[in-house]
Design a protein around this ligand. Structure first.
Ligand code: HEC
Length: 173
């Protein structure tokens, strides 16, 4: 059939390429769909779910550093961290106003906001007893909101004397 070997190789190469292309098209198209669906899922998850948890994590982080500074009666440091607590809370209201059908901004205003100013006033007066009492009220409001938004299993505590950080919170002598 073939007069020389190069003709044979040419036809097998062409046929081979043809089948390879078919195979590629067949295999890659459903895969592609799956990958984009996966990517969309990941992006959606990035956009929706972790953001509020991340922001809440920040809120918890600064709240705890604040309570450790309160425990050490380090006024400058406590004031600094409480400012961060407030900024984190304001950031949530502004940037994540809604989540899983909950009006987060409204819930934040309802639960957390009324507890912020009493802490600030007590802190400004360096009334440490009052600061602790008002801080406990604030942390209770965090948990009240968790209950109201089906996250009652996230129970935060003041953590006054529970230092997990590689940081010395003591007031300068
Ligand atoms: C709007 C009401 C609301 C208020 C007020 C609120 N939270 Fe949350 N918090 C949530 C919701 C809703 C979630 C779950 C977020 C999610 O599922 O992504 C959450 C999750 C968390 C988490 C879990 C995320 C993590 O990093 O472990 C922590 C911790 C947390 N909140 C701490 C706090 C602290 C501390 C305060 C108060 C200073 C507070 N929250 C106030 C609604 C609230």
């Amino acid at each position: 059939m073939f007069t020389n070997t190069s003709g044979f190789y040419r036809i097998t190469t062409v046929l081979g390429l043809f089948f390879c292309t078919l195979l590629l098209i067949y295999c890659s198209s459903p895969d592609k769909k799956e990958t984009t669906a996966q990517q969309e899922g990941v992006e959606k998850a990035k956009k929706d779910t972790p953001e509020l948890a991340d922001a809440m994590g920040q809120l918890q982080y600064y709240t705890h550093k604040y309570t450790l500074a309160v425990d050490a009666q380090n006024h400058e440091l406590a004031t600094f961290y409480f400012h961060e607590v407030r900024a984190a809370a304001d950031g949530i209201k502004k940037n994540i106003p809604g989540y899983e059908g909950y009006d987060i901004a409204r819930f934040m205003k309802l639960f957390l906001d009324p507890t912020i100013e009493p802490v600030e006033t007590a802190l400004a007066n360096k009334n440490w007893e009052e600061v602790r009492a008002k801080t406990i009220e604030m942390v209770n409001s965090c948990n009240s909101c968790h209950n109201a938004t089906s996250h009652g299993f996230v129970k935060v505590t003041p953590g006054f004397d529970n230092n997990p950080y590689n940081q010395d919170f003591s007031a300068p002598k």
